[in-house]
Design a binder for this molecule. Structure first.
Ligand code: SAM
Length: 373
C-alpha cells in the first residue's frame, strides 16, 4: 500500500495514533530559534493531544523550558487516544490520581517552575494538574479556554480533524507550529491562508518523509527504507505562522530558454508527455505548465502552474500566488481571479484542474514572479 494511502487511513480516528520523534521536533524548533532566539521567551505554549508519558513535544519543551525562557507549558491528553491508556508516573504519584477517571477523561499537565528543588526546570517538574471535565477534545470549552490562555499551539494534531484543528487555531488568532499532510495545501480552508501569507511551510522533514512511532500501524516501507519501530510516511510537512530563514531564501532560477535547452529532466518530460520541447499552455487557464519547481523560468512574466511542493520553496518576496488549479477549486475561487486567469470550463478539469492538450495535470499552484525581483 502506498504511503499516502496509509496516511489516508488516518481518517479513521483510531488511526490518528502516530507519534512524532524527538529529533524531528528538535530540528523543526531549531529553525525558529535560529531565526529569532527569543521566539518562545515569556510565552505560554499549549501542546494539545500530548500526554507527557509518550509525547516528545512535552518532553522537548520541558527540557528546553529554561533555555527558551518559557513562561508556562500546558499539555493535555485525549482520553480516546491509545497513548492515554498508559498510566503516567506524573498522574499515578499525584494525590489527584483517580483510577475511574483515568480511562475516560482527558488530563492536564502544567510546567511553570522548579517543583523539586533541583535548581533547574525540566521534565521532572511537570505537574499533573488533574482530569479535564471531558475527554480532552480540542473542541471542548475547557481546552478552548486553555488555547485562549496560550500564545502558541504546537503539536502533531489528529490528521482526520486537520481542517477543524487549523480553524480552531485561526479563530483564536494564535501562533502555531503543527504537522500536516502535504495534501492539506490544497484544502479550501488552508490554501487561502497560504496565498495571503497568513501561514507558510516550516523547515520540514527531510524530503518530506517522516518516521513516526505508531503501535497501531504496520509499516509497508521497503526493506531499505524501513526503520524498526516506526512507520514511514511521505508527504508530511510543518505548517506555521512563525517566521524562519527558509521563507526568505530566494529560489535560484534559469531562463526559459536555458531550461528548455539544458534541463534533461524537463526535456524528457516535455518530449514524452507532449512531443514538443516547450512549456505548454493550459487549455483552460491563461498560464503555462511548469512540471518541476526547479524549472520555473526566471524571465516569464505571465502566470505559471507549478507542483504543490513548490510551497516548500515559496518566498513571498520573490513570488505571488495567484490561485490554485486542483480538484474543485473553481467553486471556491473568487470570480475576479477566474476572470484574470481567463478560466474556461473544460470537460476534463474536474472542477478546476489544469488541462494540457485535453489531459488533466496533477494539482498545481498558479504563481507569478514579483516585479523587479
Ligand atoms: C497524530 S497523533 C500525534 C500525537 C502527538 N501530538 C505526537 O505528535 O506525538 C494525534 C493525537 O491526537 C489525538 N486526538 C484525536 N482526536 C482528538 C481530539 N478530538 N481532540 C484532541 N486530541 C485528539 C489522538 O488520540 C492522537 O494521539
Amino acid at each position: 500500500m502506498a504511503d499516502n494511502t496509509r496516511l489516508g487511513l488516518a481518517k479513521n480516528a483510531k488511526r490518528d495514533e502516530f507519534y512524532t520523534q524527538y529529533s524531528d521536533i528538535e530540528a523543526e524548533m531549531n529553525a525558529y530559534v535560529e531565526y529569532n532566539p527569543d521566539v518562545f521567551r515569556n510565552k505560554t505554549i499549549l501542546l494539545p493531544c500530548d500526554d507527557p508519558e509518550w509525547s516528545n513535544f512535552t518532553k522537548y519543551f520541558a527540557n528546553n523550558f529554561e533555555r527558551f525562557g518559557l513562561k508556562k507549558l500546558i499539555s493535555t491528553s485525549f482520553a480516546k487516544g491509545s497513548g492515554n491508556l498508559q498510566l503516567t508516573l506524573f498522574e499515578m504519584e499525584s494525590p489527584l490520581y483517580d483510577e475511574e477517571l483515568h480511562d475516560t477523561h482527558g488530563k492536564l499537565f502544567t510546567l511553570t517552575h522548579d517543583t523539586n528543588g533541583s535548581g533547574s526546570i525540566d521534565s521532572d517538574d511537570i505537574e499533573f494538574s488533574g482530569y479535564l471535565k471531558g475527554d480532552g477534545d480540542f473542541r471542548s470549552d475547557e481546552v478552548r479556554a486553555l488555547r485562549d490562555e496560550s500564545d502558541l499551539i504546537i503539536t502533531n494534531p489528529p490528521f482526520s480533524l486537520f481542517r477543524e484543528f487549523l480553524c480552531w487555531i485561526m479563530e483564536a488568532d494564535k501562533k502555531f507550529i503543527i504537522v500536516a499532510n502535504q495534501n492539506a495545501i490544497t484544502y479550501k480552508e488552508v490554501f487561502p491562508l497560504l496565498k495571503e501569507n497568513k501561514m507558510w511551510l516550516g523547515q520540514g522533514f527531510k524530503s518530506n518523509v517522516g518516521y513516526f512511532s505508531a503501535p497501531m500501524y504496520e509499516d509497508y516501507a521497503t526493506a531499505g527504507q524501513h526503520k524498526e519501530g516506526y512507520i514511514r510516511v511521505s508527504g508530511v510537512m510543518w505548517f506555521t505562522n512563525i517566521d524562519l530563514s527558509k521563507r526568505h531564501k530566494f529560489l535560484e532560477m534559469d531562463t526559459l530558454e536555458h531550461n528548455l535547452k539544458y534541463n534533461k529532466k524537463l526535456r524528457k518530460k516535455l518530449e514524452s508527455e507532449y512531443g514538443i520541447i516547450e512549456y505548454p499552455h493550459y487549455d483552460n487557464y491563461n498560464a503555462i505548465e511548469v512540471p518541476f519547481t526547479e524549472c520555473i523560468p526566471s524571465n516569464y512574466n505571465g502566470v505559471m502552474g507549478v507542483p504543490i511542493t513548490f510551497m516548500d520553496k515559496y518566498n513571498p518576496e520573490q513570488f505571488e500566488i495567484v490561485w490554485q488549479a486542483s480538484g474543485n477549486t473553481r467553486a471556491s475561487a473568487p470570480k475576479s481571479v477566474l476572470k484574470e486567469l481567463n478560466y474556461t470550463k473544460h470537460d476534463e478539469d474536474r472542477g478546476g484542474c489544469s488541462v494540457v492538450h485535453g489531459k488533466r495535470t496533477y494539482g498545481r499552484i498558479l504563481i507569478r514572479l514579483k516585479k523587479g525581483v
